[in-house]
Structure formats: structure tokens, C-alpha cells
Design a protein around this ligand. Structure first.
Ligand SMILES: Cc1cc2nc3c(=O)[nH]c(=O)nc-3n(C[C@H](O)[C@H](O)[C@H](O)COP(=O)(O)OP(=O)(O)OC[C@H]3O[C@@H](n4cnc5c(N)ncnc54)[C@H](O)[C@@H]3O)c2cc1C
Length: 352
């Protein structure tokens, strides 16, 4: 079988790259082993325009957020699903300092932050003594619907091989690659953490980060917003089901859910909510983050038929569509990838 590309992985990165190649009528096979737990499957799908305790705008907010919104709408229309919803974040100030930071940033003219006029609106549901503000232009990407729907599309189009990709079986030739009976012009790795072991890319400065979440049933809690008070509480598809997370661990011994997180999150929710809840699930995964917090995108500087789309860290939902489109544009139209994301910047490291 001859195709233009082999893509390894159908998380956020593989989904978006295969989407842009589909739009350009290119042929490809996606190989994904369908692991039950991956960061893309554990993610809440939140796209938040501000970040950190200082509530600064995320990297390239203007370009990336509107791009992501349009991209999710587009793929959603194609699949006949709702792939994204706008849900502003109600930010319940956890302490006086955070309240001050929010108000200061608003006064400085931060366009994404605004006061919330109905300060008492959430009294029936939450305890919040210090009031709340609103983070506008936030979204939820419905990954729990989108990823399976795109997978089904690939299956129907006979473009998905549900199996483990094994490096030993890859043959790299002068102008093509061969994997079993598939011959392709290029192979692109969208395989998240597996790239850490990839002989071509393992020298890249990956810095995996563990995150955990609870899936909680909260009957009667309105689902028009995402709520924040230390933790984020985001509505999932399906009645009364919410995602509560997360933590950011740079040091860990495994990728398993941890009792400490469960207990801390449960205590937090008990103090925050005024209505009953039931914990349904506890999940954990390792985010494919990078030391300098910028993605890894592009073709290997010394192996032009091998590429990568990875390193989306904590922001895969917004970054993956944008950089998948950049990579597709490079592959098909020889356009430049933004230098901060292009793996050309690691030309020296990647010679080793
Ligand atoms: C708890 C948590 C919460 C998060 N919340 C958010 C959020 O709200 N918003 C946000 O923007 N980001 C969030 N993230 C980050 C986001 O999930 C990641 O940035 C993103 O999912 C990474 O996508 P990926 O496609 O690079 O990797 P992955 O999701 O890991 O996808 C890689 C795919 O490749 C497959 N694969 C790997 N190796 C092989 C092989 N050898 N053979 C076959 N298949 C293989 C895997 O099975 C997987 O399907 C969160 C992450 C975590 C852990």
C-alpha cells in the first residue's frame, strides 16, 4: 500500500494533523494503539486565555485562540458533532491576594478579565466569601466526543490501523519510509510520550508533567460555565457530569492516580460546593511538556522523511490545531513553521 504519510498516534496532535491532510486530499494511514488512558483522553478540553497566578495572557493568545475556535467548529461541522462550546470561567477568588491580582489586571486593561455583575448568582451552589470575576473567551473542546468521532471517521475511511507501532519494523529509505506493507513519503510522530524513546527525537528537551483529575456527578449544577477556585471544575458532555482538576507534578514515580490527589480534591470540593456530589472516577496521565514550554514541530533537520508534532504540554487543545496546520502547510506548501516551535532550533542536539 502506498500513501503520502504515516502518522503515529491519534491524540490531539494526530487528530489535527490527519484533519488538515484530509482537507488537502492527501493519503495517509494513522497507527494508534488505542490506549485507554492518554493525556488527550484525560484532558478537560479547557481553552483558557489567561495563565498562572499573575493571570497573564497565554502565548500568542490572539492568533491561537481564534484559530482553535474556528478549527473545532470546522471539524465539528464535518463530523456532525459539537466539538467546541464557549463557556466563560467564573473565577471565585480563593484568597485576598488573588482577588487583588484579578482586579489589578482588569484595571490594566486585560481584555479577557471582567467583573461579574451577579455576585450572588452562585450562592445556592458554591461557598465563596471573596466574590468572583469572569474570564471571557474561554472554551471547552469536547474531546470526549471529538476524538472517538474522528477515530470512527478514520476507521470508516480505512485510514486507521489499531495496533502498536514498533520502531524495529520501520525502514527508512532515501526518499520514502516503509512500515510493513505501507510505503509512504514521510512518517510523522504524534505519539506523545512515546517520542521520549524515539531514536530520532529522544534528545529533544522533553519534560513530562503528571496531572490528575476526578470525574464527578453533581446533580443540579448549571453547566453553562467553567468554575474555578484553585481547581477547575468543567462540565463534560452528559448530564450533571463534571471534570475536576488538576495538579502539575514535575517529579513522580509513575503515571498512576494518586491517593493524595484524590483526598485533596475531595476535601476541596466538599468545602467549595453547597450541593451533594459523587466521585465517579479518578484519572491521571503524563502531559508531553517541554523544558522551554514550546512545542516540537517539523521535519527532522537531518532526516527529511521523518517529522514530529509534539510537546503541547498543558495547552494541547489550543496549540495542536494551530501547529498541525503549520506542519501541514510546510509538508504540502513548503511554508515556514514559526521559529519558536520549529525543531530546526535543535539542529545541533539532533545530530547526536
Ligand atoms: C490531567 C490533564 C488535564 C489536561 N487538561 C487540559 C486542558 O484542559 N486543556 C488543554 O489544552 N490541555 C490539557 N491537557 C494537556 C493535553 O491533554 C495534552 O497537551 C495533549 O493531550 C497531548 O496530545 P498528544 O496528541 O501530543 O499526545 P497523546 O494524547 O499522548 O496522544 C498520543 C497518541 O499516540 C498513541 N501512541 C503512542 N505510542 C504509540 C505506539 N508506539 N503505537 C501506536 N500508538 C501509539 C497513544 O496511544 C495516543 O493515542 C491536560 C493533560 C492532563 C494530563
Amino acid at each position: 500500500m502506498q500513501v503520502d504519510y504515516i502518522i503515529i498516534g491519534q491524540g490531539l496532535c494526530g487528530t489535527w494533523l490527519s484533519w488538515y491532510l484530509t482537507k488537502e486530499n492527501r493519503s495517509f494511514i494513522v497507527i494508534d494503539k488505542n490506549e485507554p488512558t492518554t493525556p488527550s483522553k484525560v484532558s478537560a478540553g479547557i481553552i483558557n486565555p489567561v495563565t498562572g497566578r499573575r493571570m497573564v495572557k497565554v502565548w500568542m493568545a490572539e492568533q491561537i485562540l481564534s484559530f482553535a475556535h474556528a478549527a473545532y467548529k470546522d471539524i465539528g461541522n464535518f463530523l456532525g458533532i459539537a466539538a467546541i462550546s464557549q463557556k466563560n470561567i467564573i473565577d471565585f477568588f480563593p484568597n485576598a491576594h488573588q482577588r487583588l491580582v484579578f482586579l489589578e489586571r482588569m484595571e490594566e486593561g486585560e481584555e479577557y478579565l471582567s467583573s461579574y455583575p451577579e455576585q450572588n448568582q452562585f450562592n445556592p451552589f458554591f461557598n465563596y466569601d471573596l466574590g468572583c470575576g469572569e474570564i471571557r473567551h474561554s472554551y471547552i473542546a469536547h474531546l470526549d466526543t471529538l476524538l472517538p468521532a474522528w477515530r470512527q471517521h478514520l476507521k470508516d475511511a480505512k485510514q486507521l490501523h489499531e495496533e502498536e507501532f514498533e520502531f524495529e519494523n520501520l525502514v527508512i529509505k532515501e526518499r520514502s519510509v516503509q512500515y510493513g506493507n505501507i510505503i509512504a513519503e514521510k512518517i510523522i510522530f504524534c505519539d506523545g510520550l512515546s517520542s521520549f524513546e524515539n531514536p530520532f527525537f529522544k534528545a529533544l528537551p522533553f519534560a513530562p508533567n503528571k496531572g490528575e483529575a476526578l470525574i464527578v456527578e453533581i446533580p443540579g449544577l448549571p453547566n453553562q460555565h467553567i468554575y474555578k477556585k484553585g481547581f477547575l471544575l468543567a462540565p463534560l458532555q452528559g448530564n450533571d457530569i463534571f471534570w475536576l482538576g488538576s495538579n502539575y507534578q514535575w517529579s513522580f514515580s509513575d503515571a498512576e492516580p494518586n491517593k493524595e490527589f484524590y483526598e485533596q480534591a475531595e476535601r476541596h470540593l466538599t468545602a467549595w460546593l453547597r450541593i451533594p456530589f459523587k466521585i465517579l472516577e479518578h484519572k491521571a496521565a503524563l502531559r508531553p511538556a517541554t523544558l522551554e514550554r514550546r512545542p516540537f514541530v517539523g521535519l527532522h533537520p537531518h532526516q527529511k522523511n521523518i517529522g514530529i508534532l509534539n510537546g503541547m504540554g498543558t495547552k494541547g487543545c489550543s496549540l495542536a490545531p494551530y501547529f498541525a496546520s503549520q506542519l501541514a502547510n510546510q509538508l504540502l506548501h513548503k511554508k515556514e513553521i514559526m521559529p519558536e516551535a520549529d525543531i530546526k532550533r535543535f539542529q545541533r542536539i539532533l545530530t547526536r
